[in-house]
Design a binder for this molecule. Structure first.
Ligand SMILES: *Cc1c(COP(=O)(O)O)cnc(C)c1O
Length: 355
C-alpha cells in the first residue's frame, strides 16, 4: 500500500525534489556550487526576516546538531542558559547544556499548556546570557509567543535563541521584528527535503560575539563556517544533494514569500481542525502551531493504537508520541506536499476507526 506521511519530518516531498534526488551529484568546490549556496543563503535570510548584517551557517547534521551549535558557540564558563521546557524538545536543550557543562535554569511548562511570560519575570537571571525556546514544541504541537519572548529578552538583555525547526514557514517568524538572535531550521520539516541539512541564521550581535571566541567544538565551530560562507563554501563536505534540492525549493518559496507559505499551512491546519467536529478527539495544546495538530482521544482509546490502525489499514502515517504521552497523544502533520483532500482521508479514517 502506498503510504502518505502526516509526520513531523521527513514529510511528503515535492516531485522536483524526488527527481533531483535521483541525479548524479556535482563536485562542490567550484564557483557554480558557491553561487548556489550564496543564493540559498540570500533567499533563506529573506524568508527568515533576517536583519541587515545577519549571517547564515549551513551545517550538515540533523536539527539537534544546530541546537547544540547555538549552545557551545555562544555560552562558556559561568554563562547560564534559560530554557523553556514544555516537552521533549525543550528537554533536549537541557540535555545539551548538561552534556556541554553549561549551567541552565529550566522553566517548566506543563505539556501542551501556553506560556505565561509573566512566569519568566520571577526567574533569577543572574549570569543568564540567553533564552532558548522551541518556537513550536513539536512533541505537543504548542506554539510559544515569540513576540512576548523577544520583548522579554530585549528587556533583560538576553540573546534570543529560537529553535524554529518545525515552525519555520508554518507559523509567523520574523527575526528582525521578534528580536531573534539565532534562528535554527532543518531540511526535513516544512522545507520538505531529506533530513541532513540544518541552518542557523545569526543576528549581527551574535556574529560579533564569535569573533575572537575559542570554539569548544571543531565540526560545529560557527566562526569557521561563517568564514567559508563568505565565498559560498562550507569547511567540510556538505550534504551536496540536499543543498541542490533546497535551491530548487527556494525558487518556489521565494516567489510566494514566507507569509504566503504560512497562510497555506495555516489553511490546511484550519481545514483539518474544522473537520474534527463530532469526533471524540480534543486538540491537545492550548495554543496550537500550524505545523501539526496534536490530538488526545476522549473515548478511552489509545493514541498509539489509532496511529497503528491508520498506518496498517489505511496507509496514513500520522506521528505517534513516545514516553508518557504515548497513549494520550498522536500528531497529524500539515507540512510538506499535502493538500486538503489528503487531510480529508485522515478525517474519514478517524470517523471509521473511532465510531
Ligand atoms: C524535528 C525537530 C528537531 C530536530 O530533531 P532532529 O532529529 O535532530 O532533526 C528539533 N527541534 C524541533 C522543535 C523539532 O521539531
Amino acid at each position: 500500500m502506498k503510504e502518505t506521511l502526516f509526520t513531523v519530518g521527513p514529510v511528503e516531498m515535492f516531485p522536483e525534489t524526488l527527481t533531483r534526488g535521483g541525479a548524479q551529484l556535482p563536485y562542490f568546490r567550484t564557483e557554480e556550487f558557491s553561487r548556489i549556496v550564496q543564493e540559498c543563503d540570500r533567499d533563506l535570510q529573506a524568508l527568515a526576516g533576517a536583519p541587515a548584517g545577519a549571517r547564515t551557517a549551513v551545517l550538515t547534521c540533523s536539527g539537534t546538531g544546530a541546537m547544540e551549535a547555538t549552545v557551545v558557540n555562544f555560552l562558556a564558563g559561568t554563562d547560564k542558559a534559560l530554557i523553556l521546557r514544555g516537552g521533549s524538545f525543550g528537554e533536549r536543550f537541557c540535555e545539551i547544556c548538561a552534556d556541554d557543562a553549561i549551567a541552565f535554569d529550566a522553566v517548566e511548562i506543563a505539556p501542551g499548556r501556553a506560556l505565561d511570560v509573566g512566569q519568566l519575570e520571577a526567574q533569577n537571571l543572574a549570569g543568564c546570557r540567553a533564552l532558548f525556546v522551541n518556537a513550536c514544541e513539536t512533541s505537543t504541537g504548542a506554539l510559544y509567543d515569540l513576540e512576548a519572548l523577544g520583548d522579554f529578552c530585549r528587556r533583560h538583555d538576553l540573546y534570543f535563541m529560537v529553535d524554529g525547526i518545525s515552525a519555520f514557514l508554518c507559523d509567523p517568524i520574523n527575526m528582525e521584528k521578534m528580536g531573534i538572535d539565532a534562528l535554527i531550521f532543518s531540511s526535513q520539516k516544512a522545507l520538505a527535503l531529506p533530513p541532513g541539512l540544518s541552518m542557523i541564521v545569526l543576528s549581527p550581535r551574535l556574529v560579533s560575539r564569535l569573533e575572537g571566541s575559542h570554539p569548544r567544538t571543531h565540526y560545529l565551530g560557527l566562526r569557521r563556517h561563517l568564514a567559508d560562507m563568505q565565498r559560498g563554501q562550507t569547511p567540510f563536505t556538505p550534504a551536496v544533494g540536499i543543498i541542490l534540492q533546497l535551491h530548487d525549493r527556494l525558487q518556489t518559496l521565494k516567489s510566494i514569500g514566507a507569509d504566503a507559505s504560512v497562510r497555506r499551512v495555516a489553511a490546511l491546519a484550519a481545514h483539518f481542525r474544522n473537520g474534527l467536529g463530532g469526533l471524540p478527539l480534543r486538540i491537545f495544546p492550548e495554543r496550537p502551531s500550524n505545523a501539526l495538530t496534536a490530538l488526545t482521544p476522549l473515548d478511552g482509546s489509545s493514541a498509539y493504537a489509532i496511529y497503528q490502525t491508520l498506518k496498517q489499514k489505511y496507509g496514513l502515517v500520522v506521528t505517534p508520541n513516545g514516553g508518557a504521552l504515548r497513549d494520550r497523544v498522536f500528531r497529524v502533520g500539515h507540512m510538506g506536499n499535502i493538500q486538503e483532500h489528503d487531510l480529508d482521508r485522515v478525517l474519514a479514517a478517524l470517523q471509521e476507526v473511532m465510531k
